[in-house]
Write a protein that binds this ligand. Structure first.
Ligand SMILES: [Zn+2]
Ligand SMILES: [Zn+2]
Length: 185
């Protein structure tokens, strides 16, 4: 089986974890795990480990951005964002469901206990949560830039105002340039 990232080299079987074998590329350090091997390992592995912050320095993964062909069935693999602060994508073959990990991607996932949730990363709810998180980050950046040093004050005001029984009246009062004038035009 040839490496999907550097093509010329041949993948070699390694034991990645106990009960988990992978096909490893000695040139780029990428790893291929078949769907069967992954599910078999997950069964042996037991309960899902809770996600955690990395201990020590976060492992940096080498995300090879080009599209790759599945080393098993030669179909173009799809790329899925991992999210949760990990800035790389995993490649999965939509036909045989095998997974390609670029160098250190497995290790970076393992450092966060996300290696036993890889199957969920490819799911619609996981991907939709990533889009929500990204939108939130984008808006946070815009608010921070707009409100600058007043941002904390604005947030505090909103926290106070949101549950207030007179919220609508207070907003009208604030929005009006002259709330003491009954003239409406
Ligand atoms: Zn390679
Ligand atoms: Zn495939």
């Amino acid at each position: 089986m040839k490496c999907p990232a550097c093509k010329g080299s041949t993948l070699q079987t390694i034991h990645l974890e106990s009960h988990l074998k992978a096909a490893h590329c000695p040139a780029c350090e990428g790893k291929w795990i078949t769907a069967d091997d992954y599910w078999h390992w997950l069964e042996q592995h037991g309960d899902t480990l809770p996600e955690k912050e990395p201990e020590g320095i976060p492992i940096k993964a080498a995300d090879q951005q080009q599209a790759k062909l599945c080393p098993d069935c030669q179909r173009i693999m799809l790329r899925y964002k991992v999210g949760h602060g990990l800035n790389f994508r995993l490649d999965q073959c939509g036909s045989c469901n095998g997974i390609w990990f670029d160098a250190n991607e497995w290790e970076a996932l393992k450092q966060r206990n996300l290696h036993d949730e890889v199957h969920l990363i490819f799911s619609a709810p996981w991907q939709s949560q990533i889009r929500k998180d990204e939108a939130r980050q984008l808006l946070e950046g815009i608010y921070a830039q707009t409100f600058q040093t007043d941002y904390a004050k604005v947030q505090e005001l909103k926290t106070w105002l949101d549950p207030h029984p007179q919220r609508a009246a207070i907003l009208d009062y604030l929005a009006s340039l002259d709330p003491y004038s009954i003239q409406r035009d």
